[in-house]
Design a binder for this molecule. Structure first.
Ligand code: AMP
Length: 176
């Protein structure tokens, strides 16, 4: 993708200081989503990276990972699996605990969401400490999924989240 478009995306992400609590600078992607050119450009970044990976399923993380992940899965013609915060999924689940920049939480995935050996790409809007996506990676591996890569629109590099995801390869398109 042209560098100009990536810079446009970067400029559109809005910093909201002290949300959801003091000291956190929240990266608000809603200006990207509401702009048809930029929304397509953001999904295209994931798609370009996914082509050639022979993916069976995209796994998206609650909630903004659903926005990008489902668009990518639709375009690739593969299945989509949601990993959700505890208490949202109706069927039997596996649970993984994790800590994040602003508190502790648990993530869940349906026990039948994927079959052993399926080739999986994990998608979320933002990589911060890596706690959330590391928990998602645990759930994918527990289910026997082959996690090819974790992809993020945004990475907050100073938090070293990609270390927590090792040995999973990490791709992020906008780094701060
Ligand atoms: P972490 O587990 O610390 O990598 O946090 C990543 C998850 O929390 C992602 O699902 C993000 O949507 C959300 N998140 C964490 N920090 C921020 C931030 N500064 N701005 C926006 N979203 C964030």
């Amino acid at each position: 993708m042209a560098l100009g478009r990536v810079e446009e995306l970067r400029a559109a992400v809005r910093d909201v200081p002290d949300f959801p609590k003091r000291g956190i600078v929240f990266k608000d992607i809603t200006p990207v989503l509401s702009d048809p050119v930029l929304f397509r450009a953001s999904v295209d970044l994931f798609l370009e990276r996914c082509r050639g990976l022979k993916i069976d399923k995209i796994v998206g993380i609650d909630a903004r990972g659903f926005l990008f992940g489902s668009a990518v899965a639709y375009e690739l013609g593969v299945g989509f699996v949601p990993i959700r915060k505890r208490g949202k999924l109706p069927y039997r689940t596996e649970i993984a605990k994790y800590s994040l920049e602003y508190g502790d939480a648990e993530m869940e995935m349906h026990v039948d969401a994927m079959s052993a050996g399926e080739r999986i790409v994990l998608v979320d809007d933002l990589l911060a400490t890596g706690g959330t996506s590391a928990a998602a990676a645990v759930l994918i591996r527990k289910a026997g999924g082959h996690l090819l890569e974790a992809q993020f629109l945004i990475e907050l590099e100073s938090l070293h989240g990609r270390k927590r995801l090792q040995p999973t390869p990490v791709t992020a398109f906008l780094k701060y």
